[in-house]
Design a protein around this ligand. Sequence first.
Ligand code: FES
Length: 284
Amino acid sequence: MKKDNILDNNYLPFAARIEDIVIESEDGSLKTFKIVFEDEADWEKWRHEPGQFAMLSVAGKGEAPIGIASSPYERDGLLFTVNRAGVVTTALHEMAVGARLGVRGPLGNGFPVDGDLKGKNIVIIAGGFAFTTLRATLLYLLENRGDFGDITVIYGARTPGMLLYRNEFLDWEKRDDINLYVTIDREAEGWHGLVGFVPQIVSQVNPSPEGARALICGPPIMIKFTMPPLEKAGWQDNQVYLSLENRMKCGIGICGHCSSGPIYVCKDGPVFTRAFLNTIPQEY
Ligand code: FES
């Protein structure tokens, strides 16, 4: 996929509208919005990498950074899974199909699917709603299946009803070219899959670091406890990619909101190797 993300004006959003809405979670806090550009020709200007994000803007409310959940190959609409957590995301949750909004992006870097990840065994580790950009990444890997070795996915949520993209997981489960481990925090009625926190499952699966890279997204506490089992298995910090979610405002390295030591998460990230993050003051 050609990297051609530079817009004429990074402040200018694309005019877009909601084409579909899927309620992902049992408590309604997570919804996936399918968004299409008002002007079909804008698709020609849009190229994103798995792992990038965009700013979604709601008139009168503001903008919020949201990870792009659709793969670069899904060209009939952009998918954004939105956690209702603040003014803008609450406003988004209240919008209906047909409502208009702005999309500014794509922003940030992505996972190096064309570079360091190529030819490697890939271990995707995600907790909760952070699976969004990893969905985009997984679809990219599957689209280019021959370019990668083994693919392992370890994904956990609090309850079965909080797991994202359940129908897709059912499809992925049927494939014999993905090692899939889906877990929930505690036993639940009707759940016959794995039970335990993501770090425990990582420890049980014990993925080999040989010729491998790990891509991790999730709450800081999950990341913190996921690292020791990986270290124990022999993973080096330069084999581990993390996607950070610092507070963002402008998304293009101007306002300073997302700064962490010498870097701006929005512009230099949000994807970093753990080896790099170890060189800067950073909480993750
Ligand atoms: S969000 Fe403004 S500098 Fe990163």
